[in-house]
Design a protein around this ligand. Structure first.
Ligand SMILES: N[C@@H](CCC(=O)N[C@@H](CS)C(=O)NCC(=O)O)C(=O)O
Length: 202
């Protein structure tokens, strides 16, 4: 098994954290899908990372499919609840966090275009999504220690990765000031080796 990933992708970081939490050994093959010499399309027709290549050569994508697969192949540190209601709640957190990443990545890419070709309305639309998602996360988290009631789960990993991506690419989004409960969650997560070892390169 090997993971094809870039070190800056928040979706790939989610998978890398799951691997670490579950103590699954899996070599990482770094591949940046934007580079001309990328091999990602050989593994994923969508040309996106992360991709998990299994020992029989078959491939899994996207990150949500990969994390479900990984959680099921090892009983160590279950990250997805077994019962439907908490499972769906966890998946909803993940959809919100990944959706925030989708909006942030869209802004990042738009800003890479030549200045005259960037669409400010499109960028504003994505920022609105980012801000609404942060408010929703903070409201849903409330005073709880972890997103999914009292147990650490994939929900926390997904939220931690999207907040980490904001810190990495969008230091102008001052989510800590507006949402102290997200800051407290982020600090709890940052102390975990799985988060420390997967910080995006500076
Ligand atoms: N929903 C996908 C999103 C993956 C994604 O968008 N990855 C980005 C890197 S952060 C990518 O590979 N982009 C290349 C492209 O869009 O061509 C997942 O959860 O894995």
């Amino acid at each position: 098994m090997k993971l094809i990933a870039s070190l800056t992708s928040p979706y790939a970081r989610k998978v890398r954290i799951v691997l670490a939490e579950k103590k699954i050994d899996c070599p990482l093959e770094e591949d940046i899908p934007w580079n001309a010499d990328t091999h990602v399309p050989d593994y994923n027709p969508l040309g996106k990372v992360p991709v998990l290549v299994l020992d029989d050569g078959s491939t899994l994508f996207d990150s949500r499919v990969i994390v479900e697969y990984l959680d099921n192949i090892s009983p160590v540190s279950r990250l997805l609840p077994q019962e439907n209601r908490p499972l769906i709640a966890t998946r909803r957190w993940e959809a919100l966090a990944d959706g925030l990443c989708d909006a942030a990545v869209a802004v990042f890419l738009e800003r890479k275009r030549p200045e005259g070709k960037q669409d400010p309305d499109w960028i504003d639309r994505q920022y609105t999504k980012i801000n609404r998602a942060l408010a929703a996360m903070s409201g849903d988290l409330g005073e709880r220690t972890w997103c999914n009631n009292d147990s650490y789960s994939l929900a926390d990993i997904a939220v931690g990765c999207c907040l980490g991506y904001l810190d990495f690419r969008f230091p102008d989004v001052e989510w800590r000031t507006s949402y102290p409960n997200l800051e407290a969650l982020s600090e709890r997560l940052a102390a975990r080796p799985s988060f420390l070892d997967t910080l995006p390169p500076r």
